[in-house]
Each structure stands twice: as C-alpha cells, then as structure tokens.
Ligand binder design. Structure first.
Ligand code: SF4
Length: 210
C-alpha cells in the first residue's frame, strides 16, 4: 500500500493511503480532541471538536481531522487561537446538554471553556452517535437508534430487541461520554418490566443464554 507524507505541527508523519489526519496525528502522538470518534467505527464528523487547519496548494481550510484524508504535502496545525476558540465554544455548547460529563469537563479544562456559558438543557445525550453506530456497525443489531430530528432528536432502545439482545452485551455503555446511555437503558428496562409480552421475550432470552 502506498504511503502518504504530511506535516503535522511541524512534524513529518508517514501513514498509509486512506488514513485521515486524525489517524496520522495519533500515530505521531499528537492529541486532537474528539467525542464522536472510535477506531472500530466509520468516521462520523459529528462533534467537530477535532477541527484543525489544513494547508494545501496555498490555501488554508478548517477541516474535521476525523474525516479529512491525509494527503501528500498537506501541512496541518492542530492548535491555533482560532482552533482553540472553536473547541472552547463547541465544548461550552455540549456542556449545556451534559454538564456532568467527565469527558467534556476534561476537554473544557484544556480549552478554558466556561461550563456555565450557555443555559443548561440537560438531555445528557450529546448525540455523538457512538452507541448507535457501535450497535449497528460492530454488533450488527440496531437495537439503539436515533429518534426524531432537530432539537427533539434523542436516542432510543427498541424494547422488543433490547429484551433479547442487550442483557449480555452492554458493550456500548463504556463508549458513552455522558450518562445518557445508561439512563435510556434503565428506562427501557422499566418499559420491559411493565409489558407482559416483553417479559416473555426477556425470559426466553435469559433462558437461552443460561
Ligand atoms: S447516549 Fe451517549 S453514546 Fe449514545 S449518542 Fe448519546 S452521548 Fe453518544
């Protein structure tokens, strides 16, 4: 496979063709924050915290490092006053949804973000999509998905599938950068315990896995 040579923060980096700026930076030990990226999943480009400056052909653009392909002679800067400001504001916005997220609090500290800048709307889910994509792409189950659009968008377990698939899995739980996933699952469990038909599915699943 052909190799790509680029420069990140003044450092020469070589990666395989097809890799992204984020892959190249991680290979070089350069930290770029992200809350929606996972190495086992397709790149999503959702949170935009990984925004960097990429110079090519005399032009400089702000790009999402997790989806922008590494290319020969690309010059990348991962920190600048503009980048830091973008990350600061994005983190402040995300903290309005998930003020107790330890992942976000750590990023906020690095970028001097004010956790009280925006009015709190604690849905707790920051719609990073890690749980949804992990369940679909790695587990091939599609038990958890997005419901609704725009400001009403939220994640939701399908109770009939959760009753069968989730008890022995829960692999998505540690991926969640907030407490939203556990909360949604607890709600689903409550729903299952209230529904006699779902209880039957649950009992059969537990018997089968015993
Ligand atoms: S529940 Fe957690 S992992 Fe799933 S989309 Fe929301 S923040 Fe991301």
């Amino acid at each position: 496979m052909s190799e790509i040579r680029l420069k990140i923060d003044g450092k020469e980096v070589t990666v395989e063709a097809g890799k992204t700026i984020l892959d190249a930076a991680r290979k070089a030990g350069i930290d770029i924050p992200t809350v929606c990226h996972h190495e086992k999943l397709e790149s999503f480009g959702g949170c935009r915290l990984c925004t960097v400056e990429a110079e090519s052909g005399g032009r400089t653009n702000l790009v999402a490092a997790c989806i922008y392909p590494a290319a020969n002679d690309l010059v990348v800067w991962t920190r600048s006053p503009q980048i830091d400001k973008i990350r600061k504001v994005l983190t402040e916005q995300l903290l309005a949804y998930a003020p107790e997220s330890e992942v976000l609090k750590a990023i906020a500290e690095d970028y001097h973000a004010d956790k009280d800048r925006f009015p709190k709307e604690p849905s707790f889910c920051i719609l990073c999509g890690l749980c949804v994509r992990y369940c679909a792409e790695v587990k091939k189950k599609n038990v958890v998905g997005f419901l609704d659009r725009g400001p009403c968008r939220e994640i939701n377990f399908i109770p009939e599938l959760a009753a069968v698939e989730c008890w022995d899995c829960k692999e998505c739980f540690p991926l969640c950068p907030t407490s939203a996933l556990q909360a949604a699952f607890v709600l689903t469990e409550a729903l299952i315990s209230l529904s006699p038909s779902l209880q039957k599915i649950d009992t059969r699943a537990k018997t089968a896995s015993a």
